[in-house]
Design a binder for this molecule. Structure first.
Ligand SMILES: [Zn+2]
Length: 421
């Protein structure tokens, strides 16, 4: 997720034409891939879709591909055979003043409420998943799977004890930090550099408490030193919910091969991302940034406040900008370069998919979740077995969740007391 500025919108706009060599799949390959996904569980570990729930005019059951704000809705989930995934409570990092921490506390609770309200409003289409085995049961009942995750733990700074409340309300995956350092951890991308040299004392206490509750820890967006702390500290495997390979594009958000191997050795999983700016150098000019700022001013609302109608305006405005000031757009070929490399380093048991939908993810030839069978078709072409593909589309991630939950359960049994559920 990247809500600062307009950079996320670029990949959501109408995109530049494909190069002559872009990968293509036949209708037969895509049909076979979709049928396979329909048999398997198909989950994405990082959906920023809850950012849309409060928007005027947004209904997750309706198709929203006419605006620049949405890549995930029920019709397109059905089309792309996406069963669901982890719906993120994302909070933009504030200035870390006491007032900002209270604001973040409330913003996190508000988003949690919006996810629960969506579930309550559409019980025939969506269901909350709490355990690793819930997803398959929900799919069998003909519904979409909603796990709850948190991206950036800043809502917990004011009162870390809220974590147990979030857990009771369904939180099962937790990242410590986002674009900038916070009280818990160093970010991979804070221009000021390291502040804690990894996890802070409060961050260590937070991840320990999360592990006790059976919540999976998510390393995406945190610095490499945080990764090293997690490898040292955690008694259970952890994941990166949306990250890619440093060996393919040297960006601080991506993971190097040594750490990829450490992650796999610890039993963890990396869910490969499709955020263009982490896959390639998009070469965005200052002039383009200014033009995007001017466009937002003209529309007259901040990104978070945009209505669906304004999202349509935005899509059209960005398409115009693409004609005069085009950006280099990441393609499926770029995404597959990362995926193939990671698969070669850690093997298919430690890889998954987390494409950053509704948070800046998407490629010129993979614009929304309706096109997911292209990824499965590629995996089939590369010779991966049905079982391996099932792992990549969610089985590996759920294995980590099962281990986290088993560990927490074991502790409860050992302690002879039950934590509230
Ligand atoms: Zn993110």
């Amino acid at each position: 997720m990247r809500l600062r500025g307009l950079s996320l919108l670029v990949s959501l706009a109408l995109l530049a034409p494909l190069s002559a060599h872009a990968i293509e799949f036949s209708a037969a390959e895509l049909a076979k891939a979709k049928a396979l996904q329909q048999r398997l569980l198909t989950l994405d570990s990082h959906l920023d879709t809850p950012a849309n729930f409060h928007r005027e005019g947004f209904d997750l059951r309706q198709r929203h591909d006419h605006n620049a704000l949405s890549q995930v809705d029920l019709p397109r989930m059905q089309e792309g055979a996406l069963d669901g995934g982890f719906f993120a409570i994302y909070t933009d990092q504030g200035d870390r003043s006491p007032a900002a921490h209270l604001h973040d506390r409330d913003a996190g609770l508000q988003r949690l409420l919006e996810i629960r309200e969506m579930l309550a409003a559409h019980p025939d289409q969506f269901a909350l998943a709490l355990t690793a085995t819930d997803a398959a049961k929900i799919k069998a009942a003909g519904k979409r799977v909603v796990y709850i995750s948190m991206e950036n733990a800043s809502p917990l700074v004011a009162d870390p004890s809220l974590l147990s409340f979030y857990h009771q309300a369904g939180l099962r995956l937790l990242s410590t930090v986002h674009f900038a350092n916070n009280e818990f951890a160093d970010s991979a991308t804070d221009p000021k550099g390291a502040e804690w040299k990894g996890l802070s004392p409060a961050g260590k206490a937070l991840v320990d408490e999360a592990v006790k509750l059976g919540i999976v820890i998510d390393q995406s967006h945190a610095s490499d030193a945080v990764f090293d702390d997690l490898i040292q500290r955690l008694p259970v495997p952890f994941v990166l919910s949306h990250s890619s390979a440093k060996a393919i594009y040297n960006h601080p958000r991506n993971l190097d091969d040594t750490r990829l191997k450490q992650l796999a050795k610890a039993g963890g999983v990396i869910q490969v991302n499709a955020y263009g700016g982490y896959l390639i150098d998009t070469g965005k000019s200052d002039a383009r940034k200014q033009a995007e700022d001017a466009l937002m001013k003209q529309i007259g609302a901040g990104y978070d406040q945009l209505t669906i109608a304004q999202g349509v305006q935005l899509k059209e405005g960005l398409a115009k900008l693409d004609q005069t000031q085009p950006l280099r757009q990441a393609t499926l070929d770029d995404f597959f370069a990362h995926l193939e490399h990671i698969l070669s380093v850690v093997g298919p048991e430690h890889v998954g998919i987390g494409l950053d939908w509704d948070g800046g993810g998407g490629l010129s030839d993979l614009q929304d979740v309706s096109q997911l069978p292209k990824i499965t078709a590629w995996l089939l072409r590369k010779g991966y077995s049905e079982q391996q593909i099932a792992g990549i589309w969610g089985g590996n991630l759920l294995r980590v969740m099962q281990q986290a939950q088993d560990y927490a359960e074991g502790r409860r049994t050992t302690n002879g007391r039950a934590l509230p559920r």
